[in-house]
Design a protein around this ligand. Structure first.
Ligand code: GSY
Length: 160
């Protein structure tokens, strides 16, 4: 099985419930095990600023799915939870990004790995740093973390 990291975010509706439902759905994916879930962070919106704060977390999975199949499964979970896409960076019930996938670097229209914007986002890097295992996937996490220290982000006590 290959190791992969996912980033989850939500800022519409009952955000805790959305994250719990998403983790539950991920744990039922075929050929996939949820190995670790980070703390939940409350984070200022990045991109489109006129929207509510997000709850974000990261997940480490082991999977026998291909990167494309894992992405497809994540998009399926988003759709099942009622994700709409009225405009770019719009508020969302649930977002699941594939961040890193063991042994894979790619730049395709549908999927770029590592995720192209993760290095600019404290809401990805902070939770990721809690569950990242050095040596399997390779990513310069410490260097990138230094560059996002000014972003508003707060670790919560929420238990998922
Ligand atoms: O790319 C994920 C969706 N998203 C987020 C998010 O998850 N958290 C925060 N804080 N800002 C965001 N802007 C976008 S787009």
């Amino acid at each position: 099985m290959k190791e992969a990291y996912l980033g989850l975010g939500t800022n519409i509706g009952d955000r805790e419930k959305n994250l719990r439902a998403a983790i539950d759905a991920l744990s039922h994916l075929p050929k996939t095990q949820v190995e670790a879930v980070s703390s939940v962070y409350e984070t200022a919106p990045v991109g489109y600023l006129e929207q509510a704060d997000f709850l974000n977390l990261c997940v480490r999975v082991l999977t026998d799915l291909s990167p494309a199949a894992l992405l497809g499964a994540c998009l399926g979970i988003e759709a099942a939870m009622g994700r709409e896409r009225p405009f770019k960076n719009a508020p969302r019930v649930l977002d699941i990004d594939v961040l890193l996938f063991e042994g894979v670097r790619c730049s395709e229209e549908e999927l770029i790995l590592p995720h192209p914007r993760m290095g600019e986002r404290a809401f990805v890097l902070m939770p990721l740093s809690e569950i990242y295992r050095d040596g399997v996937t390779t990513y310069p996490l410490k260097e990138r973390l230094n560059e996002v220290r000014d972003q508003r982000i707060r670790r919560t006590e929420i238990k998922i």
